[in-house]
Design a binder for this molecule. Structure first.
Ligand code: AMP
Ligand code: ZN
Ligand code: ZN
Length: 424
């Protein structure tokens, strides 16, 4: 039989004392009430498992396309947000790390999917660079849910999540998988269920599950396209498979479904060329697309500024210190010296070839842009039924997760208040 794990109380009083007090309370309750077995009091046994599911690139209106019966049912029986406001930049790695730290990208240090850091000369962070993705130095400016949870004896498991393969602050999830985009949605679900065999015998308190099918389809064909519809249906079935598997194993769970950002239609008729904005010899491109991060060529900063900082339609460029406050972006040393942001639907290309290739969908734009809004759905014993929350910031997901797993949150940019109306 699994040994009950004390969560919230475990860092306040000795576990044996909690257990003893819980047992006495349990005996009293059982003696007083002539009813079916009473659930073990809070503080002595494990709380319901918390499963954080990310459907990368899922827009809030994707829930209304009629192909997501499982997610729609979860929203009706639980909670959904009209939309969730992502953090800037609206890219995958920055926002996934925000969701599990409650910090804006400028504060957690994963400021883009592609990064450089003067402290690590010659190294470049990118999604496809496995050595970088698993290198804790890129992640160590913050502490994600699973690290704090493990330090408080709450076991965690990650079926993919940006950062989960690095030993952040020296700690890894109890179970995790090395990222492999080829693993199907169902196979990811089945791995999580295999970790929960024996009715969560390992006593996990927090598990992540990540799906990228909708993001891939959105990039390929654009939002609302046949490919997106198909991907939504596939991911919805995988979530249904998870719910069935949890029911079969009698594992109670609070499930929080999020996306990291939305998706906007783009095309090669709406492209701005960086090399036509400033002489190509005056800069080096760190990142380009929906936004561009540039470093000046030594001695060429004035030339670069003269071209880049003039007013243009469909794009705004700043010195990093001048990025408007509402983006909460530009303080971190990893933000490039010059930053340009395209208007939603427009693309910043490095040359003619890359301009021609633009098609389908993209994200990375202003976090307030309607097309960048993200998804939030939650259901389980902790959540009320049928609540629709007004839009809130994705930094607020972190205090919610910590509340659900029963571990004190670290200081963050998020607040639980906007989510309180959702909780029982
Ligand atoms: P993007 O759309 O460029 O912001 O990035 C999304 C892509 O990141 C997805 O298509 C995934 O294939 C990839 N990705 C997601 N999680 C990871 C991870 N943990 N490690 C490496 N790549 C990942
Ligand atoms: Zn994404
Ligand atoms: Zn994407």
């Amino acid at each position: 039989m699994p040994v009950p794990v004390t969560h919230l109380a475990s860092h306040r009083a000795a576990p044996w004392l909690n257990r003893l007090m819980g047992l006495i309370l349990l005996a009293l309750i059982t003696a007083c009430a002539n009813k079916p077995p009473v659930p073990v009091p809070a503080g002595i046994t494990q709380r319901p498992l918390v499963i954080l599911i990310s459907i990368d690139g899922m827009r809030p209106d994707d829930l209304q396309r009629g192909v997501t019966p499982t997610l729609s049912r979860m929203a009706v029986n639980g909670v959904r947000a009209e939309s969730m406001i992502p953090s800037f930049p609206t890219k995958t790695f920055p926002n996934h790390y925000t969701l599990v730290t409650g910090l804006r990208p400028d504060h957690h240090g994963v400021v883009d999917n592609t990064m450089e850091d003067a402290q690590m000369p010659g190294q470049r962070f990118s999604l496809s660079n496995a050595a970088a993705v698993t290198d804790r130095r890129w992640w160590d400016q913050a502490e994600p849910v699973w690290v704090t949870a493990e330090q408080h004896k709450v076991r965690t498991a990650t079926m993919f999540w940006p950062g989960a393969e690095a030993a952040i602050h020296g700690v890894r999830p109890t179970r995790y998988a090395s990222f492999d985009g080829k693993v199907s949605a169902n196979a990811r679900t089945d791995t999580v269920l295999s970790w929960l065999d024996g009715g969560n015998a390992e006593g996990f308190g927090f598990v992540t599950l990540y799906f990228d099918d909708v993001d891939h389809a959105g990039h390929e064909q654009g939002p609302g396209s046949p490919m997106v519809i198909e991907a939504l249906a596939k991911v919805d079935r995988a979530v249904g498979r998870l719910l069935d598997g949890l029911a079969a194993r009698k594992v109670p769970a609070n499930i929080v479904v999020v996306s990291d950002h939305g998706m906007a239609p783009v095309g090669n008729t709406r492209v701005l060329r960086l090399d036509q904005m400033a002489p190509a010899s005056s800069y080096r491109v760190v990142s380009s697309g929906t936004f561009a991060g540039l470093e000046p060529t030594p001695g060429q900063a004035a030339v670069l500024e003269q071209g880049l900082l003039q007013a243009r339609d469909h794009v705004e460029c700043w010195r990093k210190a001048d990025i408007p406050k509402r983006f909460n972006f530009g303080q971190n040393a990893r933000v490039p010296s010059y930053f340009c942001l395209a208007e939603p639907g427009w693309t910043l290309a490095t040359n003619e070839q890359s301009a021609q290739r633009v098609k389908g969908g993209a994200h990375g734009y202003d976090h307030q842009a309607p097309d960048m809004r993200a998804t939030f759905i939650a259901s389980g014993p902790a959540f009320k039924n049928g609540v629709v929350l007004p839009p809130f910031d994705n930094v607020d997901v972190y205090p919610l997760l910590m509340q659900l797993i029963g571990v004190k949150p670290l200081p963050s940019d998020g607040r639980l208040e906007p989510l309180l109306p959702a909780l029982r």
